[in-house]
Design a protein around this ligand. Structure first.
Ligand SMILES: Cc1cc2nc3c(=O)[nH]c(=O)nc-3n(C[C@H](O)[C@H](O)[C@H](O)COP(=O)(O)OP(=O)(O)OC[C@H]3O[C@@H](n4cnc5c(N)ncnc54)[C@H](O)[C@@H]3O)c2cc1C
Length: 477
C-alpha cells in the first residue's frame, strides 16, 4: 500500500488528503494517507471565533465562487446547505482619499466622475493603449507594471490599497507575474489591458447576469462563505477523512531521505519522538517550516524556501451598536492607500457582507493592521493596536462611541510575499524537489496566496498522485 504523509493540516493539507482518499477510493487503489498537524486543532489560518451570536474570522472571510476548485470541493463535501453568499448590500467598496471614503467606480461613467483620481490622472490612465511594451526578460514588480501602463496616480489610489488589502504587501516589491499572472497574459496576448477588456466583452456580459458579481472595480465572482464561518470548511474536511488519517498535536521536526522514499520525524502530543516512513511526503506547511524540516538533507532547497518572506498582520474585530455607524458609508469595506498615512490597512464590514456575524442591532467590523510595509504596527501591544484602529474608524468612517466587544487575532507570519524573482525562485525550487523522489510542496507559499488557490493546488496534486479525468479549470480572473 502506498503511504502518503502530509505535513500540515491547514486547508491545503486537508483538501489534499480529502481528494487523495476520494480519488484512490474511486480508482480502487490502496493508499494510506496521514496528516500530521502541529496544533491541537486543524485549519491553520482558517479559524472562526464563535462566541454567542458573533462569528468573527481570524483570517479569510471567504472565497470567490468563480474559483471552480473551491466550489467543487464544497460540492464534493456536500456543504451546499451551509453556504452563505455576500449580500448585495455589501457591493460598494471604498478607498480613502484625503481622509474620506470614496466609492470605487463601477462603470466607465462613474470613473470619469469619481474624485478618486485627478483629471490628469484619468487622462494618463485612458492613455493605456499607448503604454510602452513590457521590458523583455524582466520580472516586473506590480508597481512598475501599473506605472508603465496606467500611471502613478492609478498606482497610488487604486492598486496600492488593493495590494496591501489582499496581499498585505508592497506593490514596489511584489512580482507581477506571481501575484497577478493574468495581467501578464492579457498584456502578452492582447497588447494591452483596454484591448484585452474589449476582447473579453463576452465574459463581461456573462457576469452582468449576476448583479452581485463582476463589473468594473469588482472582483469576478461572488464572495462566498458558510453560515458558521470559514472554519466550517476545515471542520467538514477533517470530519470527512478516514478514521486515523489526521493526527493533531504532531509537530514535524525533520524529514529524512530513505531508500525509495522518506521518513518523517515528529514529536507527538505526549512529547515523544516518532518516525513515520512514507513513499510520498507533502509539505503543506508554511515555507519557512518546510525549509527547517529538510535543511539537513537538502540545504540548497532550504535556502531557496527561506527566501519567501511572510508579512505579519493583526486582525482587530470590533462590534458596535448599529447607531454608532449611523450616517457612515455602508458596503464591503474601505481600504487606505499608503499615501493617506493611516494606522491601519483598511476595514471590512463583516456583518453587512454576511448575515449572522453579529447580533441584531449591532455591526461587526474587522480592521487589518501591519503588512509588509508596517511590520511594527502589527506587533503593537493590544491597547495601542486598538487605539490605531479606533482612530481610523472614527476619522474615516465617522464611527461614534466605543465598541461593545473587541477581538484581536495576531498572525506573526501571516501572508507569504511573492517578491520580484518569485517565478524564477519557484523554477529553482521545482528542480531541487524533483531530485527528492516522492517530495512535494503544497501550501499558499508558492502559487497563490488565497483559499481558492490552495484548493486548486491540492486538487491538482491529488490528481497527479492518483491520475483520473482532469476536472474543469478556473475561468480567467
Ligand atoms: C488575516 C488573513 C486574511 C485572509 N483573508 C483571506 C480571504 O479573505 N480570502 C482568501 O481566499 N484567503 C485569505 N487569506 C489567505 C488564506 O487564509 C490562506 O490562503 C490559507 O488559509 C492557507 O492555507 P494553508 O493550508 O496553505 O496554510 P496554513 O493555514 O498556514 O496551514 C499550515 C498548517 O501547517 C501546520 N504546521 C506548521 N508547522 C508544522 C509542523 N512543524 N508540523 C506539523 N504541522 C505544521 C500549521 O499549524 C497549519 O495548520 C487570509 C490570510 C490571513 C492571514
Amino acid at each position: 500500500m502506498e503511504r502518503v504523509v502530509i505535513v500540515g493540516g491547514g486547508v491545503s493539507g486537508l483538501a489534499l488528503a480529502f481528494w487523495l482518499q476520494r480519488l484512490a477510493s474511486e480508482a480502487g487503489r490502496p493508499l494510506r494517507v496521514t496528516v500530521l498537524e502541529a496544533e491541537e486543532t486543524p485549519g491553520g489560518k482558517m479559524r472562526t471565533e464563535r462566541e454567542g451570536p458573533y462569528r468573527v474570522e481570524w483570517g479569510p472571510n471567504g472565497f470567490l465562487d468563480s474559483k471552480v476548485h473551491a466550489v467543487r470541493l464544497v460540492e464534493a463535501l456536500g456543504m451546499g446547505s451551509q453556504v452563505l453568499q455576500a449580500s448585495l448590500r455589501s457591493r460598494t467598496r471604498y478607498i480613502t482619499r484625503h481622509g474620506r471614503p470614496v466609492p470605487v467606480p463601477e462603470s466607465p461613467l462613474a470613473f470619469l466622475r469619481s474624485p478618486l483620481i485627478s483629471v490628469s490622472g484619468k487622462i494618463r490612465l485612458l492613455g493605456e493603449p499607448f503604454a510602452p511594451p513590457a521590458p523583455p526578460n524582466r520580472d516586473e514588480t506590480v508597481a512598475e507594471f501599473v506605472r508603465r501602463r496606467i500611471g502613478p496616480e492609478a498606482l497610488a489610489w487604486l492598486i496600492d490599497p488593493m495590494v496591501s488589502g489582499v496581499f498585505a504587501g508592497d506593490p514596489e516589491a511584489l512580482s507581477l507575474a506571481a501575484v497577478f499572472p493574468r495581467m501578464v497574459e492579457l498584456e502578452r496576448d492582447h497588447g494591452g489591458l483596454f484591448r484585452a477588456l474589449w476582447h473579453l466583452g463576452r465574459e463581461k456580459r456573462r457576469s452582468r447576469r449576476n448583479p452581485a458579481a463582476g463589473g468594473m472595480g469588482q472582483p469576478t465572482g461572488v464572495l462566498t462563505s458558510f453560515r458558521e464561518g470559514s472554519q466550517s470548511l476545515v471542520e467538514t474536511l477533517a470530519g470527512s477523512l478516514a478514521p486515523g488519517t489526521l493526527i493533531c498535536g504532531a509537530r514535524v521536526q525533520q524529514v529524512h531521505r530513505s531508500l525509495g522514499g522518506s521518513v518523517v520525524e515528529f514529536r507527538d502530543a505526549q512529547g515523544s519522538i516518532r518516525w513515520l516512513p512514507a513513499d510520498r511526503v507533502v509539505l503543506a506547511c508554511p515555507s519557512y517550516e518546510a525549509a527547517r524540516m529538510i535543511r539537513r538533507e537538502m540545504s540548497d532547497l532550504a535556502m531557496l524556501l527561506d527566501q519567501i518572506p511572510y508579512a505579519p498582520i493583526s486582525v482587530v474585530g470590533t462590534a458596535f451598536e448599529a447607531r454608532a455607524l449611523q450616517g457612515s458609508p455602508r458596503g464591503f469595506g474601505v481600504l487606505h492607500p499608503r499615501v493617506e498615512g493611516r494606522g491601519s490597512l483598511g476595514t471590512l464590514y463583516d456583518s453587512l457582507v454576511f448575515e449572522n456575524r453579529a447580533p441584531e442591532g449591532q455591526v461587526l467590523l474587522r480592521t487589518m493592521v501591519g503588512g509588509a510595509r508596517d511590520p511594527v504596527g502589527a506587533m503593537l501591544p493590544d491597547e495601542a493596536l486598538l487605539d490605531r484602529v479606533l482612530r481610523d474608524l472614527r476619522e474615516v468612517l465617522g464611527v461614534r462611541g466605543d465598541p461593545v466587544r473587541v477581538w484581536i487575532f495576531r498572525h506573526d507570519r501571516g501572508i507569504p510575499q511573492y517578491l520580484r524573482g518569485h517565478p524564477g525562485l519557484l523554477r529553482q525550487v521545482d528542480l531541487r524537489v524533483a531530485r527528492w523522489p516522492g517530495l512535494h510542496l503544497c501550501s499558499n507559499a508558492y502559487r497563490g496566496i488565497a483559499l481558492g488557490d490552495c484548493c486548486r493546488e491540492a486538487e491538482t496534486l491529488a490528481r497527479q498522485v492518483v491520475p483520473s479525468d482532469p476536472g474543469p479549470r478556473d475561468p480567467p480572473a
